[in-house]
Unconditional design. Sequence first.
Length: 388
Amino acid sequence: MSRFFTSESVTEGHPDKVCDTIADTILDELLRADENARSAVECCAAYNTLFLTGEVSAKANVDYEKTARQVIKKIGYDFGGFAYDRCRVLELIHGQSADIALGVNASREHKAGGGENDLLGAGDQGLMFGYACRETEEYEYMPLPIVLAHRLAQRLTDVRKTGLLKYLRPDGKTQVTVEYDGRTPVRVDTIVVSSQHSEDVTQEQIAADIIKHVVGAVVPPSLLDGNTKYLINPTGKFTVGGPEGDSGLTGRKIVVDTYGGRCPHGGGSFSGKDPTKVDRSATYMARYVCKNMVAAGLADEMELQIAYAIGVAHPVSVFVDTFGTGKLSDENLAEIVKKEFDLRPSAIITSLGLRRPLYAQTAAYGHFGRSGFPWEETDRILDLQKYL
C-alpha cells in the first residue's frame, strides 16, 4: 500500500535561521571564553532591525552586536534594509534568574547526598524525543524526506556562494514528498524549491537551473521518474526575502531541526541554549541513544522519549517505541536504555562533550544525520550487541 510523507528544510538565509545562527554563534563565543557559561539567547529579525534578548551568565566579554553583524555578513545579507552594515541592532540581554540557577546548580538528588553527576539539575521541566531508522545511509539513520530536503537547502546555498548561480540570494525553502511501500521509501513524488533571487533573471531560467544544478546534484536518479513533480518558485517571483520579507524568530523551525515531522517534538527549541538546558542536551542524548540502538541491531526504527523536572537530575520517565521492529520488547529496550546510558544532565554534558563551541554549525540544515557531531557517533554498538 502506497503512503506519502513530506518534510521541509530552509536555507541559512531564511529569517528564522538567521536568528538561530546568530543565537548559536553568540553561545559559541560565550563557551569559547567560559565553558560553564549559561545562555538562553533569543533573536527576532524584522525588516531592518535585529532584536537580541534572553539571559546570559558567564565570565566572558562578548560583543553581541559585532557578532551578530558578522553572522549576517557571512550568510550573505550585504544588500537591502537588513544588510549587515546597515541594519539596526537592539540589545536587551540580562542575567539568568537566580531561582532557575538555584535548581540547576544543586539538584534535588545532590542536596540529598547524591554523587557528582547529581550536582546538576535539569534546567527546566519538559519532554524530549530522539529517533533513528534505517531509511538512509548508515551514518545518517534518518528519514529520507528530511535528509533530501536538507541536502537541497544546503545545495541552494552552495551554488549561490560558489557563484554557480549568481542570481540567487540567501533566503530559500525546500520540501520533499516521498512515496512509501509500507515503511520502505520507493520514489520521490514531489520536490518544491523556493529561492530568493535578483530581479534580472526569468522564472524559466531559475527552474531549469535549480532542477539541473540543485535537484540533479542531490537526489539520486533512482528515486526520480517521469511522474515526479517539480515546483520551483511556485508563486512566480521571490525577490523580497529574508527579514525584509518575513520576520524571523529563534526556535521557530524545531521540526526542520529534528526529524521533519516523522518523530514527535517536545516543544523546546535548541539555538542559543547552553547544554544545561535539557531541551537541547537531552534531545541530543536521545538521538545518540536511538542511533546506537538501531546501529547495534536492536531495532530497525526507534523513538525515545525522556522527561525531566526542573532541578532534578534523573529523568522522571523513559519511553521506547520501536514500531514493531524491536528484537526485544519495547519495555525491555527501555530498561536497557536506563542501564546503559546515564541520562542525568551532567553525565550527558560530559559524555557528549557539550561544553565547547560547536553549536553555530548546527543552526542550519539539521541537528541530526550529519557527521562531525558527538551525538551522531555510533561508539556504543559493541556494548549493546550483548543484548541480542
